[in-house]
Design a protein around this ligand. Structure first.
Ligand SMILES: NC(=O)c1ccc[n+]([C@@H]2O[C@H](COP(=O)([O-])OP(=O)(O)OC[C@H]3O[C@@H](n4cnc5c(N)ncnc54)[C@H](OP(=O)(O)O)[C@@H]3O)[C@@H](O)[C@H]2O)c1
Length: 428
């Protein structure tokens, strides 16, 4: 039996999941791979908050040096959130020659290049399966299982909070604020949910996935990001009439000119597999040149699902399997810039909802403006006028240059054909 002394920094939600699995299922690791994983030292900011210290069998402290200065500990699980402090801790661990396993996607998306360079210089590794999609082993799938594939595209639901809110708006018939309040009450949304609902968290995860899938540097600024804060129940209802459901999607699509990258609320047709990924679940569709379409679905967060991914990395690192992969594969070491497609050149299907006065000629005016801009319409739906004399016209388009569509919408609103700004969403 190989005994491995492990360190942990950050004993919060995910750290708690790691401690729980290591205490409860230690025998699993003996039986599966002959490892005796011993959590030797836990460093956390406020040790007094944890009443269950004795049960861990670990030394608990608030001094990072108890990890960096212990030669017996060669691998440290890093479960501290945020960016600056988390990066400082990660750097200190790497400088001390420790392998690091982290779930911190914000840190990797913002500071990954410098951290991976430092790890390489120190001859250690950073493993990060838990940083994207919690319990779903998507990093391993892209890196190992799909190594024989050019990745043509990824479309993914990567934020459980947003997915919970959108599902709840549809199933309960409520607006955004009410669905968010419910998500907070049930623990699916933070007290300050900004980074989830504005799409930033999804963009961090997309940057990490795209780096592996497309083998190059993905600047966060190259990802166009829109959140779900302005989605209304009317949008959700309209999506249903068009046979679709709104999801916050992360999309990376390879085109001849380069890579399209975006995070945006998107109409997903009901017969697409991502349409039935509901509540707080995550789902990822990967298009590979050989495998064609692959769907991964599962819990994208939570103490135990995320700890499951952390401990998969731990086994890979302590057996040396991960170091071999990290030294051999180029992800996070390639400094090639992946060419990105500008928004106006993106090839996307779109949806528009026009609120118009109830008078003859408006539909014809909208149709001819779309036509004049070269927009090819897939379907049009016109609702009955309401008592105030306004009516709704909805249209979806075939895939085309995003720029043409947006200029057509601008021209329609400017020409006074509409009485409210037109609602525009992308369509998968
Ligand atoms: N929660 C999830 O489901 C989930 C899923 C995927 C990825 N992640 C990522 O995993 C990371 C951890 O998330 P979490 O939800 O476990 O966060 P959390 O519950 O807030 O726990 C973070 C812990 O870090 C500790 N900490 C903060 N500053 C520290 C410092 N300077 N030195 C030592 N410890 C420090 C805090 O310790 P004290 O409590 O002792 O003050 C806290 O318990 C984040 O990057 C998050 O984005 C989380």
């Amino acid at each position: 039996m190989e005994r491995c002394a492990i360190g942990l920094v950050g004993w919060g939600t995910v750290g708690g999941g790691v401690v729980e699995i290591l205490a409860r299922d230690r025998a699993l690791f003996h039986d599966r791979c002959g490892l005796d994983l011993q959590l030797k030292t836990i460093v956390t900011k406020t040790p007094s908050r944890r009443r269950d210290q004795a049960a861990t069998g670990a030394r608990v402290s608030d001094r990072l040096e108890d990890l960096t200065g212990d030669p017996e500990i060669r691998t440290v699980i890093h479960l501290v959130g945020g960016i600056d402090e988390a990066t400082r801790i990660c750097r200190a661990l790497l400088e001390a020659g420790k392998n690091v396993i982290t779930a911190n996607k914000a840190m990797l998306a913002m500071r990954g290049d410098e951290l991976f360079a430092l790890a390489a210089a120190k001859g250690v590794c950073i493993a990060f399966e838990a940083a994207v999609a919690g319990g779903i082993p998507v990093i391993a799938a892209l890196r190992d299982g799909l190594v024989a594939n050019h990745i043509d595209g990824i479309a993914a639901i990567l934020n459980g909070t947003c997915n919970f809110i959108l599902t709840s708006m549809e199933s309960r018939g409520v607006g955004y604020a009410e669905a968010l309040a419910e998500a907070q009450r049930l623990g699916y949304a933070e007290a300050d949910p900004t980074l989830d609902v504005d799409g930033t968290d999804t963009a961090h995860k997309l940057a990490i996935l795209a780096r592996i899938a497309f083998n190059g540097r993905i600047p966060l600024t190259g990802i166009r990001v829109e959140g779900i804060q302005s989605i209304t129940f009317d949008d959700i209802r309209s999506a249903r009439t068009m046979g679709a459901r709104i999801k916050l999607l992360a999309v990376a699509q390879r085109r001849d000119q380069g890579l399209e990258l975006r995070v945006a609320p998107t109409l997903v047709p009901l017969d697409h597999p991502l349409a039935s990924v509901n509540a707080n679940f995550n789902g990822i569709v990967i298009q590979g040149s050989a495998v064609k379409t692959l769907l991964l679905v599962g819990p994208g967060a939570g103490a135990l699902p995320t700890a499951s991914a952390v401990l998969a990395d731990l086994v890979d690192v302590v057996t040396g399997r991960y170091q071999f992969t990290a030294s051999r594969f180029r992800f996070f070491r390639s400094d090639a810039d992946v060419p990105l497609v500008p928004e106006a050149e993106e090839l996307t299907s779109s949806y528009a909802r026009f609120t118009v006065p109830d008078r003859a000629g408006v539909l014809a005016g909208i149709a001819s403006t779309l036509g004049n801009h070269g927009v090819s319409v897939l379907s049009v739906y016109q609702g009955a006028p309401d008592p105030s004399g306004s009516a709704v016209i909805e249209a979806t388009t075939h895939p085309q240059r995003g720029g043409a569509f947006l200029s057509a919408i601008e021209a329609i609103d400017r020409a006074g054909l509409t009485i409210k700004p037109t609602v525009v969403l992308r369509r998968l």
